[in-house]
Design a protein around this ligand. Structure first.
Ligand code: TXA
Ligand code: MG
Length: 314
């Protein structure tokens, strides 16, 4: 069920089956993107509505251009700088990728992931793999193979185990639906600042449930079961009942039994890496409420604050 057998993963994908795959961001639930019947299985396994489009994963820029055609100029700059890596580009969808992948949109999400196992796997197959995060629809994304097994184990043939994800939050999504006006649809593993340093200012269009173009940006995404709140500072809550309330700090030393820390040194990369693991852990501990401290809104902090905000919205 869990293992590191790339040949087995490859055979299953070729046979139209689902395989959970490690990426540097989060684990994905993969199928052959050119096989509509295989892709349907992804939506079923996740209980994901068919109107929420999937990202296609390719082995490199060359493969992307072979399937999609030449990239708009700014998209190519980003691809050259950040692929393989935590960046998804929304680009024109070729007819070779079935409509179900993009939920009928004429643009499709494209990414070259950066993890040795998935890179090895997709370099050996001649089709892209469609893969959303490998969690039930609406829940926190998985950052270990065990997270995937815990929630979707019975619905997937095989989980390729690549260890804990290095980045820990999903990819940054930039839409080139209008090639002259790139838009940031989701904060993620590549900070906005790094993108703007290369292609100039990029406006945010963080899509919500009212904008069906990317329902994955539904506010209530990434939600734990436990009630979740965000505060600028947790000091005032330190006296509250430690059995009922968990305190999730960004940084510093906090040793109380209900106190948890994303990164003692205040390192945003470490905080991103630990975020979903700690959220899952807290969600299993039967607290009535989780109070989380917001992090500095810069670099990876934007993606972390975004996920905290979504966890808190009901
Ligand atoms: O890091 C990641 O991006 C991970 C790993 C597995 O690659 N994948 C991931 O996929 O986070 P998913 O499906 O959980 O989130 C991608 C979101 C979707 O919810 C969808 O709303 C948006 O990207 N998206 C996908 N295709 C789109 C399109 N053609 N236009 C607009 N938004 C799109
Ligand atoms: Mg997801």
């Amino acid at each position: 069920m869990i293992g590191t057998d790339i040949h087995r993963a490859k055979t299953l994908l070729e046979d139209g089956e689902l395989v959970a795959i490690p990426t540097e961001t989060v684990y994905g639930l993969a199928a052959n993107a050119t096989d509509a019947e295989a892709v349907v299985k992804i939506f079923k396994a996740k209980d994901r509505p068919l109107f929420d489009p999937l990202i296609c994963h390719f082995s490199g820029l060359e493969a992307v251009e072979k399937w999609i055609g030449a990239l708009p100029e700014k998209a190519k700059v980003l691809a050259n700088n950040f692929w393989p890596g935590s960046l998804t580009l929304i680009l024109p969808k070729p007819d070779t990728i079935p409509d179900i992948v993009s939920s009928g949109l004429d643009h499709v999400g494209v990414r070259v992931p950066n993890h040795p196992l998935i890179r090895e796997l997709i370099s050996q197959i001649d089709f892209p793999v469609a893969a959303p995060s490998a969690n039930p629809f609406g829940y926190v994304s998985p950052t270990t193979a065990q997270h995937v097994v815990d929630q979707l184990g019975e619905r997937i043939s095989y989980v390729l185990d690549g260890g804990p994800c290095e980045v820990g939050v999903e990819s940054t999504i930039i839409s080139f639906a209008n090639p002259d006006l790139p838009r940031l649809l989701r904060h993620g593993g590549i900070p906005r600042e790094k993108i703007e340093a290369l292609i100039g200012p990029v406006e945010e269009e963080l899509l919500s449930s009212s904008k069906p173009a990317a329902p994955g940006q539904l506010e209530k995404h990434y939600s734990p079961k436990t009630k979740f709140e965000i505060h600028a500072n947790l000091t005032e809550f330190e006296g509250t009942d430690s059995k009922k309330t968990a305190l999730l700090y960004f940084q510093g030393e906090h040793n109380g039994e209900n106190q948890f820390v994303l990164s003692e040194n205040g390192d945003l990369e470490e905080a991103a890496r630990s975020l979903f693991r700690i959220m899952r852990q807290l969600d299993e501990m039967n607290f009535a409420t989780i109070l989380a401290e917001s992090v500095p809104n810069e670099g990876l902090g934007r993606a972390i604050n975004d996920r905290l905000k979504r966890a808190a919205s009901r």
